[in-house]
Design a protein around this ligand. Structure first.
Ligand SMILES: [Zn+2]
Length: 308
């Protein structure tokens, strides 16, 4: 079976927000963007009969108030989607952009606060996490585990912000590290533009509508083997246009995202939430696959075990 995990970083566009705040311009319009894009995504997923994992940048309650965030998160959860934790410390600790850069005690506080905030809204356990901008280190993994997180999806091999100590052989593999299951961001190498081809320049990109040119999606998805998975990456704001004065649908991206989903359906991908991995049957299957595969990896004696 081919599996697609549609994972959405649910947040305000970070660099745009930073610019507005730096120039003392009101960022209130971004509250409307968050509302518009949430409804847009929920309608689209319901139409396509897809369930997804939303990584919620909970700290944005500092910008928009707790009530506002709670209502939207409840709506997403009640629509059948998974609510995961997304960690952008900046809203609470202004000088700190990445989770990995908080002092140990503040990391613990911040993760605990996020898990409690989200689980109080949904009445469900929060078991999945992605660090904002992949700004994670090995130290963070233990803290996540202590706070009930069972799945992390922050590993982006080769990304400058990502300080997880896994080598290239873990790229695009689901694996278990202690009790934590890692579902990496799917990345590919390709030559998108003519001058890249001429210069033999290869671009390393994630499977995100904003990162890969539309002409390449067919080829990427068709080349996936049986039992493979794609972590299909999206930002909540990827399907809207936003400026200081207006918010609107981004028609071209909406059409293109629909096309990507259709290509995935055509290639028999089944959409799952990350926490479906915790389903006993899947765990059993992955453990069987792990037993079969483990002999082929040099990391057999490491604490880290690849699942598939
Ligand atoms: Zn983010």
């Amino acid at each position: 079976m081919k599996t697609a995990f549609l994972t959405i970083d649910w947040e305000t566009p970070q660099s745009f927000l930073r610019d507005l705040r730096k120039n003392n311009v009101s960022f209130e319009i971004l509250r409307h963007e968050l509302m518009l894009s949430t409804h847009l995504l929920l309608d689209l997923f319901s139409e396509k009969n897809i369930t997804a994992t939303f990584f919620i940048s909970f700290s944005e309650y500092k910008l928009y108030g707790k009530n506002f965030i709670e209502k939207l998160v409840k709506l997403i959860s009640d629509s059948g989607h998974e609510i995961g934790l997304h960690t952008h410390p900046e809203m609470i600790y202004p000088e700190v952009i990445f989770l990995k850069d908080l002092d140990y005690d503040l990391k613990v506080d911040f993760v605990k606060q996020g898990v409690e905030f989200l689980s109080n809204i949904t009445g469900k356990k929060v078991t999945s996490h992605r660090a904002g901008a992949y700004g994670i280190s090995n130290e963070c993994l233990g803290i996540l585990e202590q706070n009930g997180i069972l799945i992390d999806s922050s590993f982006y091999h080769g990304h400058v912000n990502c300080n997880l100590d896994f080598d290239e052989s873990f790229k695009n593999k689901i694996f278990k590290n202690g009790n934590l299951i890692e579902v990496p961001v799917t990345t590919i190498h390709y030559k998108p533009k003519i001058h890249h081809r001429i210069l033999n320049k290869i671009v390393h990109a994630k499977t995100d509508i904003n990162s890969i040119n539309m002409n390449y999606w067919d080829k990427i998805i068709e080349s996936q083997s049986e039992n493979s998975f794609i972590n299909l990456f999206l930002h909540s704001y990827s399907l809207t246009n936003y400026s200081q004065s207006s918010i609107s649908y981004r028609k071209e991206n909406i059409d293109n995202f629909n096309k990507i989903l259709d290509i995935m359906f055509k290639n028999k991908f089944k959409f799952k939430k990350l926490n479906n991995i915790l389903n006993k049957k899947i765990i059993y299957l992955t453990l069987v696959l792990q037993t079969l595969k483990i002999f082929s990896y040099a990391n057999i004696f490491k604490r880290v075990r690849k699942l598939f």
